[in-house]
Design a protein around this ligand. Structure first.
Ligand SMILES: Nc1ncnc2c1ncn2[C@@H]1O[C@H](COP(=O)(O)OP(=O)(O)O)[C@@H](O)[C@H]1O
Ligand SMILES: [Mg+2]
Length: 239
């Protein structure tokens, strides 16, 4: 469970997050909103890349914002970025193993864990493929596998379905739904694909211009007129 309490972030005169609060407790929870709404900024605050001006974030009852970023990772926080963090000169397996460098678990156990995750996401047969040779989808899946090793408690995925085909998005969605059962971690996912969010997220937070405009069970949130209006606004801009 992640409790976000009145988090405010400013960049100069811009209020990127304005007293945002929400307690996300579903095994898979979503964050949606138009471009520039503050979604990535919220993940940056939780992972420690950005310091909030005020507010608090508790993960499973622990106050997270005072912790250094590497401490947050040790306590089970994982995230992916809009651009995958894959080293081109390492194999898929080594890209995943890098994530467990800090752990004291022995090498054999780490390897077994990494291989089990690759099995789960469907990349076990490509464990020795080099980063540079991966397709966009394989890179994305490797990125997710990196988040699943070393005892994660909370996994945050920033637009993991961006640029994927319908079939690839379905595969990714099924995978995310299995994370909690397999590794016990909660997943928080940002994505623009509302159908994906509807299918896999039991609860969803909606941001617009740095403010929370809706939060609750996903079906209710997506039916909220304020949410529809926020999305209609961006569609009109895009047309
Ligand atoms: N490091 C930064 N410095 C200045 N402005 C930023 C920075 N990061 C984000 N912003 C601004 O904050 C707002 C929210 O950005 P972001 O959280 O990336 O939105 P989203 O992920 O919802 O598209 C945007 O107006 C963006 O331009
Ligand atoms: Mg973003």
């Amino acid at each position: 469970m992640i409790e976000i309490d009145a988090v405010t972030v400013r960049f100069g005169g811009l209020i990127a997050l304005n007293e945002v609060s929400a307690t996300l407790s579903a095994p898979v929870a979503g964050i949606i909103g138009p471009n520039g709404a503050g979604k990535t900024t919220l993940m940056n605050v939780v992972s420690g890349f950005i310091t909030a001006r005020s507010g608090r974030v508790m993960i499973e009852g622990q106050d997270f914002l005072p912790l250094a970023p590497h401490k947050r990772a040790q306590k089970g926080l994982r995230r992916s970025f809009q651009k995958e963090q894959i080293a081109d000169d390492l194999t898929v397996l080594d890209n995943v193993l890098v994530q467990t460098d800090w752990s004291l678990t022995n090498a054999r156990a780490k390897r077994a864990e990494a291989m089990a995750m690759l099995e789960l996401i469907g990349l076990a047969d490509r464990a020795r493929k080099i980063g540079a040779a991966l397709s966009g989808f394989e890179r994305r899946l490797t990125d997710v596998a990196r988040c699943m090793v070393g005892g994660p408690r909370l996994i945050m995925l920033d637009e993991p379905a961006g640029g994927l085909s319908v079939e690839e998005t379905d595969w990714l969605g099924d995978l995310v739904l299995q994370i909690h059962r397999h590794v016990g971690a909660q997943t928080v996912i940002i994505d623009h694909d509302v159908e994906l969010i509807r299918r896999i997220c039991a609860e969803t937070l909606v941001l617009d211009f740095g403010r929370r405009i809706a939060f609750g069970p996903t079906a209710e949130v997506l039916a909220d007129p304020r949410v529809k209006a926020a999305y209609l606004g961006t569609e009109e801009v895009g047309q």
